[in-house]
Ligand binder design. Structure first.
Ligand SMILES: [Zn+2]
Length: 473
């Protein structure tokens, strides 16, 4: 009796192991197909070429942003998806105006020009420009230390650099970006005349990096202009200030905030064959800053997300669950697209189980970070082995992406593609965020990596939080 029992148990175990092995094998073959298609017959790089070189920088509310909407909609329509549509969303419109100009004047008539760029959302300087003495600080905390007495009428120069010792450059960025985002609102409280911020860049070069900033509750009449200065010029300014604290800094910028305008999220869908009510999203943001062509941020994420659906079509994989690509508008200066998509999803009672964003550049993929609960994450980690042949090892809990963030609710798992980040901030929000800095193979590997994860989520579903209910197989 005992013997029979153990024999049966043994057979059961063998059967289960064999079933698991064959499942793993078929998953691993599917991943191979996806990577082959992306690397040998990919479309992502051509799409990026068009977005970057034919359209260019796509700031919300601009003509280029509208062109990008029309182009990506037409390209998605050519893929034979079940549905392609535009989701209306009102977006802010801020324009830079004519190119900024700045110089340091060490003595009357002795000047040296420096490279600056207006921060997104900043007011213009007065028509004749802003000229004042400079006070260098290492962060917002320093403002209180110096007080109105030493700040009033001066230009506050925020010069805390990104930490080079942090391996995640996003962490280094996170440690500095408050200077750019809130520096002007905070310095304004002490009567500053303007704000100059060291660019969020780990490299020493001549490119100033723009990015969003807010005035918060500052009345319109008290808003002061803010610009970023290149890292080389930040070092120059800091050095010369030590010798001559009375030097004058001049800058002129012509930026302007306009009324909100109509724009769109671009959405394409392959409707699920078995569980159409379970929705998976892949996406990136269609808008970009205006001084480069937005190839890394976030043209790469846009074309990789589109490629996920195209790859499935090409290899003949029909998802069981509904798969949507969402190209979000206005991530950079408002997040209106991400908020709108989540708002509409909620009002329609749609059930999102998974949303994956690519918005960290088109560099070599290392893996993903997941916003998921323990049980969900354990399930996801069981797939990690499948990615090892592609040298994709990073599966960690963490943030996902700004645009998919508003979808956080209930059982949904949010994820972000995590490419190598070492060179990202060389280009981020700067004039050198351009097509030639995106490597074709790296971009294609990212698209295949995203498609592979989506395939696994589609095939196995996502565990529900706090229940013992088996996931659908
Ligand atoms: Zn971005």
């Amino acid at each position: 009796m005992k013997k029979i029992f153990f024999t049966v148990l043994g057979l059961l175990i063998i059967n289960t192991v064999t079933a698991q092995n064959s499942q793993e094998q078929s998953d691993s073959l599917m991943l191979r197909k996806i990577y082959d298609m992306s690397l040998m017959q990919g479309k992502s790089y051509d799409w990026l070429d068009h977005l970057s070189n034919k359209i260019g920088g796509r700031l919300s509310g601009s003509y280029q942003a509208q062109q990008a909407v029309e182009y990506t909609k037409a390209e998605l329509e050519s893929l034979g998806l079940n549905k392609v549509w535009l989701q209306p969303v009102m977006v802010p419109k801020w324009t830079r105006g004519s190119k900024e100009f700045a110089y340091v004047e060490t003595s009357p008539g002795t000047t040296r020009t420096v490279n600056i760029t207006a921060l997104g959302g900043s007011v213009a300087t007065p028509a004749g420009g802003t000229k004042a003495q400079v006070i260098e600080v290492q962060g917002i905390e320093d403002l209180e230390h110096y007080g109105r007495e030493q700040i009033e009428g001066k230009i506050v120069f925020f010069n805390r650099p990104m930490r080079p010792d942090l391996i995640s450059t996003f962490e280094a960025y996170g440690g500095c970006v408050d200077q750019r985002y809130s520096g002007a609102a905070e310095a304004g409280k002490y009567g500053a005349a303007g704000v100059i911020v060291r660019s969020m860049n780990l490299r020493m070069d001549d490119y100033p990096h723009t990015g969003s900033m807010i005035y918060g509750s500052t009345p319109v009449s008290e808003r002061i202009p803010a610009a970023a200065i290149s890292t080389n010029d930040a070092a120059y300014l800091s050095g010369i200030l030590k010798m001559n604290k009375d030097l004058q800094f001049y800058f002129k910028q012509n930026s302007e905030q306009h009324e909100d305008v109509q724009s769109y999220n671009v959405i394409g869908e392959i409707t699920g064959s078995e569980y159409p009510e379970e929705i998976m999203v892949v996406g990136g943001h269609l808008d970009s800053w205006d001084i480069g062509d937005g190839a890394h941020d976030d043209g790469a994420g846009v074309v990789q997300s589109m490629e996920v659906l195209r790859l499935f079509k090409e290899i003949g994989y029909k998802p069981k669950r509904t798969l949507r690509v969402v190209l979000f508008m206005n991530e950079e200066n408002g997040l209106r697209g991400g908020n709108k998509y989540a708002e509409v999803a909620k009002s329609k009672n749609e059930k999102h189980i998974f949303a994956l964003e690519s918005d960290a550049g088109g560099f070599t993929p290392r893996g993903f970070s997941f916003d998921a609960d323990k049980a969900q994450f354990a399930q996801i980690q069981s797939w990690k082995e499948l990615f090892k042949p592609y040298l994709i090892h990073y599966f960690e809990l963490g943030g996902s992406g700004a645009d998919v963030g508003p979808l956080k609710q209930g059982d949904v798992v949010l994820a972000g593609l995590r490419p190598d980040s070492q060179r990202y901030f060389d280009h981020h929000h700067a004039a050198n965020d351009t097509f030639e800095h995106v490597n074709k193979r790296e971009l294609e590997l990212g698209a295949a990596t995203m498609a592979s994860l989506v395939y696994l989520v589609d095939n196995y579903g996502i565990k529900r939080i706090n229940t013992d209910v088996e996931e659908k197989m």
